[in-house]
Design a protein around this ligand. Sequence first.
Ligand code: FPP
Ligand code: FPP
Ligand code: MG
Ligand code: MG
Length: 439
Amino acid sequence: PQSSSTFHDPFSIVSHEMSNLAKSIANLIGSGHPTLNRVSSYYFEAEGKNVRPLIVLLLSKSLAAIPIEQRNRIKIDTYDVTNQPHYNGTPTETVVAGNSVDDSISPLAILHGINPRVILDPLSKPMDKLPEFDAMNGILPKQRRLAEIVEMIHTASLLHDDVIDLSDSRRGRPSGNIAFTNKMAVLAGDFLLGRASVAIARLRNPEVIELLSTTIANLVEGEFMQLKNTVMSNDSQSIVNDGEKKVIPEPTGKVPTKQHEYSVSTPAEVDHITNVDAAFEYYLHKTYLKTASLMSKSSRAAAVLSGAHDDIIENCYEFGRNLGLCFQIVDDMLDYTASDATFGKPSQADLKLGLATAPILFAWKEQPELGELIARKFSEPGDVEIARNAVKKYSGLEKTREMAHEYCYKALQNLRVLPESDARSALEFLTNSVLTRNK
Ligand code: FPP
Ligand code: FPP
Ligand code: MG
Ligand code: MG
């Protein structure tokens, strides 16, 4: 679906926030350990697409266009007002905005032309680390912090993912496991997650804490569902470690070395290797957990923080979900088509890892014998080649694109509940561009 909009630069609308993103994250992840600092800041130094914070910020800006009378009463923030134009000598104020209107002046009042109540909160300490409130922009400090948190969680998961996937490159550079060893990459990911959790707690919003904590658990669940579908023993994991093969001794206890021996399969999990419809269901559920959960729940969190009503919150959540599913489905398609250089990470990797994604599942629908190859995770010589040819023969990539298209369309529908604005147009443009991207 091509959007009605002719908008061309989603970035420019929140360019100020986006350019501060890396700096703000750097402030959140400093430690007293120089090497830990190097490893945990490593992925932020290279150009990631920063798609998740971009979405959170654009959505926040779109939500700011909802008139304040149409929102729930919210505690906007406790923040340092010393650099605000209305500063009157009180270092810290808690601004409450919503239907109740009082006579003090606050940044939100400037923005909306009304006077929300300003409550002085003697117990609160200045949150000097919170981003500045930009009254003309409408994005709340907590929403900016949310954008940073989301990128930190994503980056933590990438550090871990590259260890799990034996990956050797990320964002056009050697991946963390290659540059610093598996162990350091894992610890840096944990550290980022810890610091993200501190920042989450400081948002002081139980619903948002719950959303983001759940999304961290979802990432792991999604990765776990995928892990169980790949061929990987302890031995193969030893290949990537300083580029040097180290032999890990066979465990002597009861712990099995092969992945499949760990699994206690539920019926649904058994089903998905014999039944193509169940396989699709498994694939989509995994994709939601692995990719769409972070986008959907952070979109929901942005809406919660804005004080939007339930219907809006729900559509923001669905928007993130549909966009996230579209993202990952396109990603799985590009794995078949892109080169390492344009992708910035290894391509053509999924089949070799034993992963059956949408393109091969579509082929399986037409050619039942593929089920056997999928079940043995393309482990026999020639399997990968046969799978590739089947994808071509049964238009697996075209069908995958069509499926991504449907999610894209639904995401655009979800955006319709927001008032028209440049920020909304930017989101529409971005949603469409997910379909046309080639890296
Ligand atoms: C997720 O990052 C990013 C994608 C799945 C690609 C999204 C691409 C677009 C929406 C194109 C439009 C983007 C802009 C900025 C206009 P990732 O998991 O692939 O990893 P990364 O964080 O290293 O990019
Ligand atoms: C990239 O997928 C991986 C993810 C989106 C999630 C990975 C999650 C974990 C490793 C669980 C641990 C989570 C946390 C929060 C520390 P991919 O391998 O398909 O994509 P790629 O091609 O970019 O590597
Ligand atoms: Mg990976
Ligand atoms: Mg992975």
